[in-house]
Design a protein around this ligand. Structure first.
Ligand code: PMP
Length: 289
């Protein structure tokens, strides 16, 4: 890896990749991002990530001047320049330079940063025997206050819950909505399997519509595993046969315990089947470079 960063039209060394303190992304977390994986020079589901970025931009009324083709070229070039074949891409669109006031319409042009890097994966043991997680006391942002479907640069809600996880000695935490329904984890979507049926909370409760979540729902349908998008409580999670989390970084990671309660017997059969199928498509389903 060469630590070459794309920032506002240029590829520069990491130490030179700097944004203005007047950028609203810095001032207020006013911007959006995507986290993508690439496997053997294949950017997994790039098109879906770019579409989600466009949706986030539309909701926040950020006018992105870049076409999907231009963004693709910048991302691919970032991977090439860093001489990477497998890794992670962090793409950020900032509101741009403004004043110290809130008004986003006073900001100049949006900024664009692309970081292509290697990835620190969960240890393989988590994929074999599962990840212990807890339930955070921090509730997920209410979707009518700030929709979790916007992948915004303001992750304070998630960070509050992540602190609870780390303080408790685990890596992830379940976030509930204000009514006690499970929404998702701090950086991963949440799934349970019970009686052969796969269930994940609906996005209207405030979960991000994860690219991996969508892929898992598709794979399950192809494997004839019935799928549901339905609200669920901790009762359903504690009582599940299998629980797993999904995300671009984590892929599909089984959960071994929730709040100290063992779930099934670690990595369940359906979870392992889904992970095996997911790993088959990662190097083919996307944009080759
Ligand atoms: N939920 C949240 C809050 C996230 O930040 C992420 C991405 N890290 C996910 C779910 C998983 O989404 P994806 O599969 O698109 O990475």
């Amino acid at each position: 890896m060469k630590d070459i960063i794309y920032i506002n039209g240029e590829f520069v060394a990491k130490r030179d990749a700097k944004i203005s303190v007047f950028d609203h992304a810095f001032q207020f977390g006013d911007g959006i991002f995507e986290g993508l994986r690439f496997y053997q020079r294949n950017i997994f589901r790039l098109k879906q990530h770019l579409e989600r970025l466009e949706s986030s931009a539309r909701i926040l009324m950020i006018k992105m001047p870049w076409s999907q083709e231009a963004l693709t070229e910048i991302i691919v070039e970032s991977c090439r320049r860093n001489e990477l074949t497998d890794g992670y891409i962090r793409m950020m669109v900032t509101r741009g330079e403004g004043t110290i006031g809130l008004n986003p319409f006073l900001c100049t042009a949006p900024g664009l940063v692309v970081i292509a890097t290697t990835i620190q994966l969960y240890p393989e043991s988590f994929y074999q025997s599962g990840l212990p997680i807890i339930t955070a006391s921090t509730r997920r942002n209410a979707p009518d206050a700030l929709s979790g479907r916007i992948k915004s640069l303001n992750y304070l809600n998630n960070i509050m819950a992540k602190m609870e996880a780390v303080q408790a000695g685990v890596q992830e935490a379940i976030m509930l909505d204000r009514n006690g329904f499970i929404v998702e984890c701090t950086g991963d979507n949440f799934f349970i399997v019970k009686g052969g049926v796969l269930t994940t909370p609906p996005t209207y409760q405030g979960a991000l519509r994860g690219i991996t979540r969508d892929a898992v729902l598709e794979i399950a349908k192809n494997l004839d595993v019935p799928t549901r998008e339905e609200p669920m409580t901790l009762y359903e999670a504690y009582d599940a046969d299998e629980v797993f989390l999904t995300g671009s970084a984590a892929e599909i990671v089984p959960v071994s315990t929730i709040d100290g309660r063992p779930i099934g017997s670690g990595a369940g059969k359906i979870t392992r089947q889904l992970l095996a199928e997911f790993r088959k498509i990662t190097a083919t389903d996307g944009q080759k470079f």
